[in-house]
Ligand binder design. Structure first.
Ligand SMILES: Cc1cc2nc3c(=O)[nH]c(=O)nc-3n(C[C@H](O)[C@H](O)[C@H](O)COP(=O)(O)OP(=O)(O)OC[C@H]3O[C@@H](n4cnc5c(N)ncnc54)[C@H](O)[C@@H]3O)c2cc1C
Length: 96
């Protein structure tokens, strides 16, 4: 991430499933997100801890591996413009 200020509507800390779906919901409302994650990839626990594990409790999806779930979320947010900042840990938030 550069030191240049970035203007955004929403700062999303964490690119796990919840952060990724937040980008989708915000996008539907016409809001832009900057997505920040400490890891070197998106997907949170799904991709870091159990990419091969089957997930059976996603509404409308009988079966998906955790990796497939993350790929689906990535595809779902692809129509929207968002900034992605990996290998970046948020340690402080200062509001003005
Ligand atoms: C082995 C295992 C199996 C599971 N199986 C299922 C299942 O079958 N079905 C189910 O519904 N749930 C399952 N879960 C739970 C599910 O993985 C979590 O509920 C889900 O990952 C939560 O998503 P999240 O986006 O809120 O958080 P996470 O996936 O935890 O992602 C949070 C992200 O935020 C980043 N982050 C945190 N703090 C900062 C910071 N300060 N700065 C930058 N980045 C930060 C982290 O690096 C991480 O990538 C399972 C969990 C485990 C461990």
């Amino acid at each position: 991430m550069t030191n240049k200020p970035i203007e955004t509507d929403i700062l999303v800390v964490g690119a796990g499933p919840v952060g990724l779906f937040t980008v989708f919901e915000a996008g539907l409302l016409g809001l832009k997100c900057e997505l920040v994650d400490n890891l070197d990839k998106i997907g949170g626990q799904c991709i870091e801890l159990y990419p091969e594990k089957p997930i059976y409790d996603i509404p409308g999806v009988p079966y998906q591996s955790a990796e497939e779930h993350v790929l689906a979320l990535e595809k779902q947010i692809s129509p929207f413009e968002y900034g992605l900042h990996l290998n970046q840990r948020v340690s402080e938030i200062i509001t003005r």
